[in-house]
Design a protein around this ligand. Structure first.
Ligand SMILES: *Cc1c(COP(=O)(O)O)cnc(C)c1O
Length: 410
C-alpha cells in the first residue's frame, strides 16, 4: 500500500489567489461594463531585454550544430555565467566568492523551497510575518511545522513586522536555528539597513544558526544604506545563504534562471555538534536532484551583464519604480498610510477606518474597480494591510490612482 506523506494533508488550500479570482469574477459578472484594473500582479509584464533575446537566439542556433551542441552541463551552472555573477554582483561591492560557491538554478522559488532539505527535521525555523508563503509551506511538507491554529504553525516562530516596529523584525525570545529573511521584502516593500541586518548576522553567529536570505528584489534598491547583499555585513559569510533571481530584475519569470550563494564557511552541525560545510551538502543535493539550467537560458542570463543588458534592465526597473512612485504618492495624497515602494516594486498600505484586509479588497473592487492583494493572505500580521504592485502598465497605474484620488470614499 502506497502511504502518502501525511504532512501534505496539513497544508490548507492556496486560498488567497483563488478567492481573489472568485470575488473579481462575481463582480464582473454582475457588472459586465466595469473596467477592472489589476494592481495585484506579482509578475513582471515587460518583455525580455533585447540583448537577452539576441543571446537566446544565438545560443539556440549553437544547439543546432554538431560542433557547438551541448548536452548535460555542469549541475552547478556554466562558469561563463558564474564568473559574471561574481564580478558584477559581488566583487563590485568588495565581496569575494569562489566559483564553487555560486550555484545557478532554475529559480529562487525552487531554491528557497529546496534548501531546507539539507537541514535536520528538529530545527526551529523563524519567518517574518507577513511572509512569502514558499518558506513556510516547504517546511510544513518536510514535517517541521507542527499544527496550524489561527493562521500560525505551532513549531514555527513568527517575527511580527508591522507599522508599530516599522517592519523591522525583533530577535526571537525562543532560540531559533534557521531564519528566513527577504529584503527588499515581498509583500511589504520594506528594507533593513546595514545595522539592522547586522543584528541578525550577530544573532546567527552567537546561536550557530543559519540565515536564508532572499534578495530577489535587490535590483530595486535606490537608497544608500540598504545592503544589496547580506555579505556586505561583516561575518555574514559564516552564517548566511543568499538567493538571487533573474526573474524580477530581467524579466525571467517565465524563462527561469536564478542563483544561490553558499559560501564554504557556512556550517551546519552533525549529531556530535561537529561542523559540516553546507556548500558540500548543497552540492551533493543539486548534483543528485538537479541536472542544470539549460545552456540557452544561462547564455540569456549572461547577456544581462553586458553593457547593453545593464542599460536595458535599468530602463525596465526605472519604469516599474516610476509606477511605484505614482502609486505611493497618489495614495499619500488621498490620505492613506503607505509603506514600501521606494526600494521595491510593492506598496503596502494600512487599510483605513479599521477595515480588515478583505473588507478593503471589496471596497476597492466595488468603488473604483481596482484589484489588489489582501495583506492577511501573507500571514496574521498582514491583517489590516493591503498590497499593490508596480508591475502594471503606466497607463493602468495612472488611471487606477486617478480613480482612487477622485472616487474612493475614505
Ligand atoms: C518573485 C520572487 C522570487 C523569485 O522566484 P523565481 O522562482 O526565481 O522566479 C523569490 N522570492 C520572492 C520573495 C519573490 O517574490
Amino acid at each position: 500500500m502506497a502511504k502518502i506523506n501525511q504532512n501534505y494533508l496539513k497544508l490548507p488550500g492556496s486560498y488567497l489567489f483563488s478567492e481573489i479570482a472568485r470575488r473579481v469574477k462575481e463582480y464582473t459578472t454582475q457588472n459586465p461594463n466595469a473596467q477592472v484594473i489589476k494592481l495585484g500582479i506579482g509578475d513582471v509584464t515587460k518583455p525580455l531585454p533585447g540583448k537577452v533575446i539576441e543571446e537566446l537566439h544565438k545560443a539556440t542556433d549553437e544547439m543546432g550544430k554538431a560542433e557547438t551542441f551541448r548536452g548535460y552541463g555542469p549541475e552547478q551552472g556554466y562558469e561563463f555565467l558564474i564568473e559574471k555573477v561574481i564580478e558584477f554582483d559581488y566583487m563590485s561591492r568588495g565581496i569575494t566568492l569562489g566559483t564553487d560557491e555560486v550555484f545557478i538554478s532554475d529559480g529562487s522559488k525552487s531554491d528557497t523551497g529546496n534548501f531546507q532539505e539539507i537541514f535536520g527535521i528538529d530545527n526551529t525555523i523563524a519567518v517574518t510575518d507577513p511572509v512569502y508563503p514558499v518558506y513556510v509551506d516547504t517546511n510544513v511538507m518536510a514535517g517541521r511545522s507542527g499544527t496550524l491554529g489561527d493562521g500560525k504553525w505551532s513549531n514555527i516562530v513568527y517575527l511580527p513586522c508591522t507599522a508599530e516596529n516599522n517592519f523591522q523584525p525583533e530577535l526571537p525570545e525562543k532560540k531559533v536555528d534557521i531564519i528566513y529573511l527577504c529584503y527588499p521584502n515581498n509583500p511589504t516593500g520594506m528594507t533593513l539597513t546595514k545595522d539592522q541586518l547586522k543584528m541578525w548576522v550577530d544573532y546567527a553567529r552567537e546561536n550557530q544558526a543559519v540565515i536564508l536570505y532572499d534578495a530577489a528584489y535587490e535590483a530595486y534598491i535606490t537608497q544608500e544604506d540598504v545592503p544589496h547583499s547580506i555579505y556586505e555585513i561583516e561575518g555574514a559569510k559564516d552564517v548566511a545563504i543568499e538567493f538571487r533571481s533573474f526573474s524580477k530584475n530581467a524579466g525571467f519569470t517565465g524563462t527561469r534562471c536564478a542563483f544561490t550563494v553558499v559560501p564554504k564557511t557556512v556550517m551546519g552541525y552533525d549529531e556530535n555538534n561537529k561542523p559540516v560545510s553546507l556548500n558540500k551538502l548543497w552540492n551533493r543535493r543539486q548534483t543528485t536532484k538537479f541536472n542544470g539550467t539549460p545552456y540557452i537560458i544561462q547564455k540569456g542570463a549572461a547577456a544581462v551583464y553586458t553593457k547593453e543588458g545593464q542599460e536595458q534592465i535599468k530602463a525596465i526597473i526605472d519604469y516599474y519604480m516610476t509606477n511605484a512612485a505614482i502609486i505611493r504618492e497618489g495614495l499619500i495624497e488621498t490620505g492613506l498610510t503607505v509603506f514600501g515602494g521606494i526600494n521595491a516594486p510593492y506598496i503596502w498600505l494600512k487599510t483605513p477606518a479599521g477595515m480588515d484586509s478583505w473588507q478593503f479588497f471589496d471596497k476597492l473592487l466595488k468603488e473604483v474597480n481596482i484589484v489588489g492583494t489582501p495583506g492577511v493572505g501573507f500571514g496574521p500580521c498582514g491583517q489590516g494591510y493591503f498590497r499593490l504592485t508596480a508591475f502594471g502598465s503606466r497607463e493602468n497605474t495612472e488611471k487606477a490612482i486617478e480613480r482612487i484620488k477622485t472616487q474612493l470614499k475614505i
